[in-house]
Design a protein around this ligand. Structure first.
Ligand code: AMP
Length: 425
């Protein structure tokens, strides 16, 4: 069986690593991949938004299963293009991917399905947004409607900040067409958790819980990033809460889409704010979270390819997932300057010493090979991921491994798992 994975992050390295464990998989291609993925798969020089090129490649190589990592190709209709040619592909189609590609679409669907979320209004007109912001007061949150590489959300402490954000998005077009509409919503307090589930459009099969750390600096300071670390399970997501999230969030969304003629197949990811048993949805993603995917893949004992095939064939009701009971933690060493401008091309030292690491994996994100060395090529560079007897041990082990690694301009958070450790006390 030939598998084609699209993407180049820690998420895709973790997926490739897990897919390789299926005994029927004979060859994995990855476009464009990274240095770590290149040790497990054949890299293909095609960008994730080159739908025509990716389709041609999949047809030429007679790929049996394509797995899409990031959201952009999903929003661009990769799944529709592949399926139209009879290719099997794991991920939601273009209409389903609107759940992430348009925050206004997601909010309206939630409203219609009675899914708990922050009070909101959508605007294309700056003056109307201004009036609403003045009425609601601060703190308040302003979001670009479309995909903005994780940068389109402004959590505003003052009315002035909210007005500035609205103007930048609607009038100055800082996110281009992704900012033709804004969502202005109520500021929510609580603890965030990521809830991921496989779905075939009918059945919702939750993954183990996970939590990530979005801010760049310790103590949740500084700007939001793609994620500086993660762990699984998330103690705040109890068994009882899991059932409620399926019943109150995931199933209503999947059913609401089906009522609109959209069969959602793939991973459905809800970013949640939880406060004293109250659940509210912050956002939906239409793919695995990165870095959450990394601890999740380390803990998943079931065969990933089998589950993905069941999703495609709409027979998820007959599948269950088994997990390693041990928690896993993931630390993301990043390039200094990230999430703003950063340097690339720095040789990474210490990777070889972790090749025989028993308890974890160093998943690569922004890395490349240059003159025989592995060098940095992105903001988030690695996902150092480990299991342990408990969450404290898992995270301590991951930090021990991080200490073996260095490059000029490496930064990482020192408090990954902090909230889990508070629960664990
Ligand atoms: P999103 O991409 O919508 O999940 O937003 C990114 C981050 O912004 C979230 O992970 C939260 O930390 C924060 N955020 C988004 N919406 C809200 C909200 N309504 N209230 C408070 N924080 C929010």
């Amino acid at each position: 069986m030939k598998v084609f994975v699209i993407g180049s992050g820690g998420r895709e390295h973790a997926l490739v690593w897990k897919i390789r464990q299926n005994p029927h998989v004979s060859h994995i291609y990855c476009a464009p991949g990274n240095a770590g993925i290149g040790e497990l798969a054949e890299l293909v020089v095609l960008a994730p938004d080159n739908i025509v090129g990716l389709l041609q490649f999949a047809q030429q190589q007679q790929i049996d299963l394509t797995v899409v990592g990031p959201e952009l190709p999903l929003s661009l209709g990769l799944v529709d293009a592949f399926a139209a040619q009879g290719l099997r592909v794991f991920g939601p189609n273009q209409r389903a991917a609107q759940l992430e590609g348009s925050k206004a679409f997601a909010k309206e669907l939630m409203q219609q399905q009675g899914v708990p979320t922050a009070a909101f209004a959508t605007f294309t007109n700056l003056e109307a947004a201004r009036r609403y912001i003045h009425t609601m007061g601060a703190p308040i949150v302003v979001k670009a409607d479309g995909l903005a590489a994780g940068k389109g959300v402004f959590v505003c402490a003052t009315i002035k900040e909210a007005l500035d954000a609205s103007r930048q998005i609607l009038s100055e077009h800082v996110f281009g067409e992704a900012g033709n509409t804004i969502v202005v919503e109520e500021f929510l307090q609580g603890e965030e958790a990521s809830f991921l589930a496989f779905t075939d459009g009918t059945t919702v099969l939750p993954l183990a819980s996970a939590q990530d750390h979005k801010r760049i600096f310790d103590d949740d300071r500084g700007p939001n990033t793609g994620g500086m670390g993660a762990y699984s399970p998330a103690p705040i997501v109890t068994e009882a809460l899991t059932q409620r999230i399926v019943q109150e969030v995931m199933s209503p969304v999947v059913n609401g889409l089906r009522q609109r003629g959209i069969v959602y197949k793939g991973i459905l990811y809800a970013g949640l704010m939880i406060k004293q048993e109250q659940i509210k949805v912050l956002e939906f993603n239409v793919r695995f979270g990165d870095p959450e995917c990394q601890p999740l893949m380390l803990r998943l004992q079931s065969d990933l390819v089998d589950v993905m095939e069941a999703v495609i064939d709409e027979r998820l009701a007959s599948v269950s997932l088994s997990w390693d009971a041990r928690p896993a933690g993931c630390i993301v060493p990043a390039a200094i300057g990230y999430p703003c401008a950063y340097d690339t091309g720095a040789p990474i030292i210490g990777l070889d010493s972790l090749r025989t690491w028993q308890n974890g994996m160093v998943f690569h994100a922004g890395t490349a090979n240059a003159n025989g060395a592995v060098v940095t090529k992105g903001g988030r560079v690695l996902g150092v991921t480990s299991m342990g007897a408990d969450i404290r041990a898992a995270i301590a082990e991951a930090y021990r491994a991080v200490e073996h690694i260095s490059w000029s301009g490496m930064q990482y958070r020192h408090d990954i798992g902090r909230r889990a450790l508070i629960h664990a006390k």
